[in-house]
Write a protein that binds this ligand. Structure first.
Ligand code: GLU
Length: 267
């Protein structure tokens, strides 16, 4: 009796992890599998619940259709997103199956979080999925989201979800190690910033130099998302997405990538 009480009283940790379009499209099914393996182990070994935010619907659909070069109009983007969402979920479902997990797709527009009753419904749905040990996989519902009601990018969506769901950490997966003082693709000596207590204009300048573009995001949108999260005491990590251990490494307290907020190297 005592034991089960102790277990149920154990503080649940909750993370929101966001994967960008480039990671998803270039990493493909193998990378998705390493992510879902880590999601399983985060739950089993660290009691961490994960809400996964994925981009890539539009990019994946563009790769599979004749729209590769010029996606310009909103209806084109919306049509591509409708094509791409199930394609992405096919890949996530395969990765989840290989890990004996089950996922659930939740497509959102900004209005779902702004309207109080829709927001509550969304919170209830996500809480219920986590209780059932199902991995919620979120993306913006681009097929119906017009410019006025868009989150803008999935870094911002992920940050808002982290705040709404009172997450402990927001993890943004990128194609570089983290935030550098200069563009690491142009300057191999650029120092990596391991820890930022508070985002200042200096960091925004560094982000502008670092043109790591993924989907509609990039380093600037990641820092903006981190800044919003920080206002709610949520720690953000910018880490390489294509490393098979990075998520688990953070759970074990390793210093990986750039940590924004919290105490340096805390796990
Ligand atoms: N929701 C878009 C997609 O799935 C991506 C948005 C972003 O990359 O920030 O294609």
């Amino acid at each position: 009796m005592k034991k089960s009480n102790a277990k149920s009283n154990m503080k649940k940790r909750r993370w929101v992890v966001k994967a960008g379009s480039r990671m998803v499209c270039e990493g493909g099914p193998l990378l998705l599998r390493t992510w879902m393996h880590q999601v399983r182990d985060l739950g089993k070994k660290h009691q961490i619940e994960v809400i996964w935010v994925t981009s890539g619907a539009i990019a994946l659909a563009a790769l599979r259709t004749d729209f590769k070069k010029s996606i310009k109009t909103l209806p084109e983007k919306q049509a591509l997103s409708a094509i791409g969402q199930p394609l992405i979920m096919d890949q996530y479902n395969l990765a989840l199956q290989a890990t004996s997990l089950l996922g659930a797709q939740v497509l959102l527009t900004a209005g779902d979080m702004e309207d109080p009753s829709r927001r509550r419904n969304l919170q209830n749905t996500l809480n219920q999925l986590l209780k059932m040990k199902i991995v919620p996989i979120l993306n913006e519902n681009d097929a119906v989201a017009t410019e006025e009601i868009k989150f803008g990018d999935n870094d911002s969506l992920a940050s808002k979800v982290a705040i709404m769901m009172r997450a402990e950490r927001l993890i943004l997966l990128t194609d570089v190690e983290g935030l550098y003082e200069d563009d690491p693709k142009k300057n191999a000596q650029a120092p990596l910033i391991h820890f930022v207590a508070k985002l200042e204009t200096k960091e925004m300048k560094f982000a502008k130099r670092s043109k790591s573009k993924q989907g509609t995001g990039g380093m600037i949108s990641k820092l903006r998302a981190a800044d919003q999260a920080l206002k709610h005491n949520i720690i953000t990590h910018l880490i390489r997405g294509d490393h098979p251990h990075n998520l688990l490494g953070i759970a074990s307290g390793e210093s990986i990538g750039t940590q924004i907020g919290g105490q340096p190297h805390e796990g």
